[in-house]
Each structure stands twice: as C-alpha cells, then as structure tokens.
Design a protein around this ligand. Structure first.
Ligand code: AMP
Ligand code: MG
Length: 262
C-alpha cells in the first residue's frame, strides 16, 4: 500500500494468485530456492549486526498467521531470529503505555523478528470492543507511525503484512478446526463472537492500514485464502526487503595474515 492510498479490502480478491510463478504445484516447487536465498540473506544480516528486520503479521482469526510463521522459519536460522506473540495485555502491561511491551521485544541489530499480532491490536480489537474511548485509541495511529519511525531511525526495516481472507474462508477454517482433533485447541468460543463483528474489524483494518502505511514501514495486503500463495507472497516480500537491505559480512577486525592453525 502506497502511503496515503485509499484501502478497499472488499475489492481485493482474497483468492488471487497474482504474480505467482504458476499454480500450487509449480509455485511450491520454487520454495526450496526461495528458502535457500532467505537463509543466506538472514545469515548475512546476523553476521553484519548493523540493521534489523521486523515483520509484523496481522490477520483475522484463522487468517493464517501461524502457518505463515512456520513457513517463513523454514528459511530463518533460530540464531538471530525469533517470534514475538501478543496476547491480551496483562495487568502490569495495562499499567504502561501500549507500546511499552512492544518496544521491549523489537529486534536488536542483526535480528529478524516476526510479530504474531502486534501494537496494531491496540487500534483493532481495542477499537472494535471499545476497550478504551476513541479519544485514547485514535491518537494511537500517530503514536504508531512515530514509534515505527523511531525503529527505522535505529536501522530497523519494518514490513507489515495483513493476511486477507474472506469471511467464507474463515468459516471453512473454523469448521476444520472443530472437526479435526489436532486443530481443535486453536478454536475458542470467543472466535464465534468476534466473527459476528467481521465488518467492524474490516473497517478497523482499513483505517489502520490507511493511516500507518509509510515509506519506512509499508503495509502489504496479501490475498490469503490460498495457503500456498500466501506462503509464496510473504516469502517474496521478506526476500525483497532483505535484498534491498543488502547485508554484508563484516570486515575482519583482526589481521589474520600469516595465521597458521597447528
Ligand atoms: P491468539 O492469537 O489466538 O493467541 O489470540 C490472542 C488474543 O489476544 C486475540 O484475541 C487478540 O485480539 C488479543 N489481543 C492481542 N493484543 C491485544 C491488545 N492489545 N488488547 C486486547 N486484546 C489483545
Ligand atoms: Mg485465536
């Protein structure tokens, strides 16, 4: 999303596979190569210790955040990368400003961090449920832009991804979760209640994306009904970001000429 552009989520086809190298099989056949390139660049980022990468993942329930993270980490060395997941704030977190818990787990130089949910919940669920008055949540768009600018000024590259699924796809995934004993643990009764507020959430996402897509921290809207396309697109976004960052192995600090290993 270009900064300042209007967002119309309903006009974006959640089943799109725009730009993919082919259908499911052909696209998945490119994954080993994608993963290998991701691995190499992340290794260089970690070795360089100059810049960091923050990938913010947001989606409706069952939107595919967990699956995307699993896929991404096929190409990320656990040394130098990690996931930070955000649940409803604790008592202590609520006694601080909303960015306090977020800033603590932001990447340090060299690191690649994926946010599974994020500070955006503070203008999403918080807005939809009136957890704080509008006079409190509305100024947060500005606070978020300034916060992400602060990270960028400290050499972080921030990319934000909204996994966009349709309401029908969510229903299908909820049904799958209920039927499959290995997936049932992911389902909570509250998910049914949240689903009733689908339109409110879409409106909240629309405004959040419009107000916070900036040059230093752009939003990407990824059609996510097809898991293979979502995985391809997110890897591609991360890869292109890392390529633009162009991390380099650091220069040697010791003079190694004539060193002999005996
Ligand atoms: P899950 O991602 O399924 O583990 O669920 C985490 C839950 O925590 C979701 O319902 C989120 O909306 C909720 N959550 C995350 N951040 C916040 C926040 N800042 N305020 C309120 N609820 C939150
Ligand atoms: Mg959930």
């Amino acid at each position: 999303m270009r900064p300042g552009a209007k967002v119309d989520l309903a006009s974006i086809d959640t089943r799109s596979h725009d730009g993919a190298p082919g259908g499911k099989e052909e696209t998945e056949a490119t994954f080993p190569e994608l993963i290998a390139r991701l691995e190499e660049l992340q290794e260089r980022l970690w070795a360089e210790r100059e810049q960091s990468l923050l990938i913010v993942l947001q989606a409706m329930d069952a939107g595919g955040k967990d699956g995307t993270i699993k896929h991404l980490f096929r190409g990320l060395n656990p040394a130098g990368s990690r996931v930070a997941s955000f649940q409803a704030p604790t008592e202590i977190e609520l006694t601080h400003d909303f960015l306090w818990r977020v800033h603590q787990v932001a990447p340090r130089r060299g690191e690649t961090v994926v946010f599974n949910r994020s500070h955006y919940e503070d203008v999403l669920i918080v807005r939809v449920h009136n957890l704080v008055p509008e006079t409190v949540w509305r100024p947060r768009y500005q606070h978020i832009v300034a916060f992400e600018e602060t990270l960028a000024a400290a050499s972080a590259h921030v990319v934000k991804v909204f996994l966009h699924i349709s309401k029908e796809e969510q229903a299908q995934r909820f049904r799958d979760r209920l039927e499959d004993p290995t997936k049932r643990w992911k389902f909570r009764l509250g998910d049914v209640e949240e689903r009733k507020r689908w339109d409110d959430y879409q409106a909240a996402y629309t405004e959040a994306i419009e107000r916070t897509s900036t040059k230093h921290a752009p939003w990407y809207i990824v059609p996510a009904d097809r898991k293979w396309y979502r995985n391809w697109a997110v890897s591609q976004i991360v890869l292109e970001t890392l390529e633009a960052m162009n991390p380099q192995y650091p220069p040697l600090t010791d003079d190694l000429t004539g060193v002999e290993i005996v």
